[in-house]
Design a protein around this ligand. Structure first.
Ligand SMILES: [Zn+2]
Length: 296
C-alpha cells in the first residue's frame, strides 16, 4: 500500500469565459515564485492566451492535448501524458485545464487509473463559474449542472460584474445543484493559493502559527488528534469544522492513516506510521468567518 503523499493534481474546469486560463496563469506565477516544478496539461485553445514566457520558464512543462476532450475521447492520452510528465519532469504539482465542456469527475477518473494512480497525490477539482453568466441564466444546461455538482471547490468568479446584493442568490442557485462544496467568491480568478493545494504538514513549528500565506478570508490551523480515534469520529470532527482543506497523519483505531480532505470529501488512506513529529497532526484551511463566534 502506497503511503507516500504523491504529486498533488488539480483539475480546473468551467465553461468558456469562466476564467480558467486566468487561474492557470496565476498558478504558473505562484509555482515559478516558489521555485516549484509545475506540469500543465491543457485541453483548450484558450491556453494559448498564456504568456509564452511563463510556459517557457525553468521548471515548467506544458502539454496541449487537442482534437478531443480529455474527460472522454482523450482519456488514454491524458494518462500517457501525465505518466510521461512524471518521468521527464518529476513535477511538484500538476494542473489539468479541461475544455469548457469536460466533466471534472470523469477527468479525475483518469488520475485513479494505473500507472497514474500509483503516484498521484491529493487530487482536487475546482470549477469556475462566471457570475455574470449565472445571473443572466445563460447556458445553464445539463453540462453546467454536472460540472458544478462534481466540484470539490466552486469558484464564483467575475463577481465584480454583478451587483453585490445579487451574490447570495447566485450562491443559493449553486447550492441547489451542489449542496456541499465550498463556494469561494473571486475577481479575475484571484483566490488564496492555499485553497488549491494540500496544506503542508511540516515537521517543525516554532510557536506562532504560520501566516506566511494568510489571506483576509482564510487561515491555516493545526489540530492535535489523539491516537486511537475511530475513523468515523475523525471524519465527523473535520466536517464539523467546515475545513476547506485538510491534510495530516493520524493513528486511528484502524491503524495509521493519511488524511486528505477537500471540502466535504475527506479521505483516509492506509499509511505507514509517519515520523513521530508528524503523527496526530492535521493541518486545516478554514474560512475565518466560519470559526467559532468571532466577536463581531
Ligand atoms: Zn469529455
Amino acid at each position: 500500500m502506497q503511503a507516500r503523499p504523491g504529486i498533488p493534481t488539480l483539475v480546473v474546469s468551467g465553461f468558456l469565459g469562466s476564467g480558467k486560463t486566468t487561474l492557470v496563469r496565476c498558478l504558473l506565477e505562484e509555482s515559478i515564485a516558489r521555485g516549484e516544478k509545475l506540469a500543465v496539461v491543457t485541453n483548450e485553445f484558450g491556453a494559448l492566451g498564456i504568456d509564452r514566457a511563463l510556459l517557457g520558464a525553468a521548471g515548467v512543462r506544458s502539454v496541449e492535448l487537442a482534437g478531443g476532450c480529455v474527460c472522454c475521447e482523450l482519456s488514454d492520452e491524458l494518462v500517457d501524458t501525465l505518466e510521461a510528465l512524471r518521468r521527464e519532469l518529476a513535477p511538484d504539482r500538476i494542473v489539468i485545464e479541461t475544455s469548457g465542456l469536460a466533466l471534472p469527475y470523469q477527468t479525475q477518473l483518469s488520475l485513479w487509473r494505473p500507472p497514474v494512480s500509483e503516484w498521484v497525490g491529493d487530487d482536487m477539482a475546482v470549477v469556475l463559474v462566471n457570475a455574470e453568466q449565472l445571473a443572466e441564466g445563460r447556458d445553464l444546461d445539463e453540462t453546467f449542472a454536472q460540472q458544478v455538482s462534481a466540484a470539490d471547490l466552486l469558484l464564483l468568479n467575475q463577481i465584480d460584474r454583478v451587483p453585490a446584493d445579487a451574490l447570495p442568490q447566485l450562491e443559493a442557485r449553486l447550492r441547489e445543484i451542489e449542496p456541499e462544496a465550498p463556494i469561494v467568491r473571486a475577481r479575475h480568478a484571484r483566490v488564496d493559493p492555499a485553497l488549491l493545494r494540500p496544506p503542508e504538514v511540516r515537521p517543525c513549528r516554532h510557536g506562532a502559527p504560520d501566516r506566511a500565506h494568510a489571506h483576509e478570508s482564510f487561515e491555516t490551523a493545526e489540530l492535535a488528534i489523539e491516537p486511537g480515534i475511530a475513523p468515523d469520529a475523525l471524519v465527523a470532527r473535520l466536517r464539523a469544522l467546515g475545513a476547506l482543506r485538510a491534510k495530516g497523519f493520524v493513528a486511528t483505531s484502524d491503524g495509521a492513516r493519511l488524511v486528505q480532505g477537500v471540502g466535504r470529501r475527506i479521505e483516509l488512506s492506509p499509511a505507514a506510521p509517519p515520523e513521530p513529529r508528524l503523527a496526530g497532526r492535521v493541518v486545516v484551511v478554514l474560512r475565518r468567518a466560519s470559526r467559532a463566534a468571532s466577536p463581531a
